[in-house]
Design a protein. Structure first.
Length: 147
């Protein structure tokens, strides 16, 4: 939050509208059970218990996590199209970057995590931000400058 990498996160976090949960299962152990947990959290958002949810997933390889992200995106598209997904992993590497590029830290977290976000909230945030297209470049430059 100190670096303001996501300018849309400050308000929901400060107002206590972000729900953090630890998944009971892992994609490598039981993908169906983990996806059921995702659906449960989608319902929590739909019921306005939380504005957004971060599901911390037990440790898994980056490749396994990418498979989980793909399965979760397909699930949300079919069962909760009002939500979108952001993924975070300790070893996140963007497809067009080198593994040691500091810009990868934008999507790095201490533990793998799935972030469920309402599309309408993202759209509203984009409408009110002066230049959303500049955010990725600004973040990359900032993170590279810290090394």
């Amino acid at each position: 939050m100190r670096l303001n990498l996501c300018p849309f996160a400050r308000s929901p976090l400060a107002s206590g509208k972000v729900r953090f949960v630890e998944a009971r299962s892992t994609a490598t152990d039981d993908l169906a059970e983990l996806l059921a947990e995702v659906l449960h959290e989608a319902g929590v958002i739909a019921d306005d218990v939380a504005e957004t949810t971060v599901i911390v997933v037990p440790e898994q390889s980056f490749d396994d996590f990418l498979d989980l992200v793909g399965a979760t995106e397909a699930l949300l598209e079919a069962a909760a199209p009002e939500l979108q997904l952001a993924g975070f992993h300790p070893h996140w590497v963007f497809a067009d970057s080198e593994p040691d590029d500091p810009a990868n830290r934008v999507n790095r977290a201490p533990h793998p995590a799935l972030h469920l976000i309402r599309r309408s909230d993202v759209a509203r945030a984009i409408e009110t931000h002066p230049d959303t297209e500049a955010i990725p470049g600004r973040n990359a430059a900032l993170l590279r400058s810290l090394d």
